[in-house]
Design a protein around this ligand. Structure first.
Ligand code: CDP
Length: 223
């Protein structure tokens, strides 16, 4: 019996991680933050004094990451975010992380009926046949403000304009890379969270996805 999969893709700091977590909790599904995998690879390279743009260094790190370490706040810094975008552009790194993500989608841990996976290529590459797809975005200034606040909470002080510039650079790199670029598929529902708080964004996501998810769960129960 195939698992129900919700693919949540979107730009940097658009709120997709929070939405994915809330959706997973709502449906009792497992949640995978795929960006954390790339951030773990990047952190591993940095800790080994390697070069995030070097395929050998990055693949070496990708082979030994421990997904359980995704809760480590050390992966949330802007330096690691920048390096994550670099390692994520390397085909061998994406290849090394592919099976883990695919397996999570097909057989969610804890025998959950479904998985919610957020990232950049979930609806295009990892789970192109996902039950429901969401593409999340927000105006760059709004995203920069949110990320600036998140960094502050981590004790990292940055100018907001610098955070904005960096998000724009990272989005452009993620959208324009030749392999697994960030893009909205025709079957993905667009959610702009610019003017929505967390509760309103979650309610809007449910409105967009709920029919498809409920229908797939009903088929699953019948089967
Ligand atoms: O939290 P934020 O939106 O800033 O980024 P993230 O989701 O943690 O992802 C960090 C970086 O990993 C992104 O800028 C992408 O380059 C890369 N990534 C990717 O290429 N594919 C994914 N499925 C997830 C993340």
């Amino acid at each position: 019996m195939s698992a129900v999969v919700i693919a949540v893709d979107g730009t940097a700091a658009c709120g997709k991680g929070t939405l994915a977590r809330l959706l997973a909790r709502h449906y009792g599904f497992a949640h995978l933050d795929s960006g954390a995998l790339y951030r773990l690879v990047a952190l591993g390279v940095i800790e080994a004094n390697g070069d995030p743009g070097n395929e050998l260094d990055a693949v070496k790190s990708a082979r030994v990451i421990e997904p359980a370490r995704a809760i480590d706040p050390a992966i949330r810094t802007d330096v690691v975010g920048r390096a994550a975008s670099q390692v994520a552009a390397l085909p061998a790194v994406r290849q090394a992380l592919f099976e883990y993500q695919r397996h999570f989608a097909r057989q969610p841990p804890g025998s959950a009926a479904g998985a919610v996976i957020d990232g950049r290529d979930i609806g295009t590459v990892i789970a192109p046949d996902a039950t429901a797809k969401l593409f999340v975005d927000a105006r760059p200034e709004v995203r920069a403000r949110r990320r600036w606040l998140e960094l502050q909470a981590l004790g990292i002080t940055r100018e907001e304009v610098d955070v904005l510039a960096e998000l724009n650079v990272r989005d452009a790199a993620d959208r324009n890379r030749p392999i697994s670029p960030l893009k909205q598929t025709v079957d993905a529902a667009l959610l702009d969270t610019s003017d929505l708080g967390i509760d309103a964004a979650f309610a809007a996501a449910l409105t967009l996805l709920d029919d498809k998810v409920k229908a797939a769960l009903a088929v699953r129960h019948r089967g």
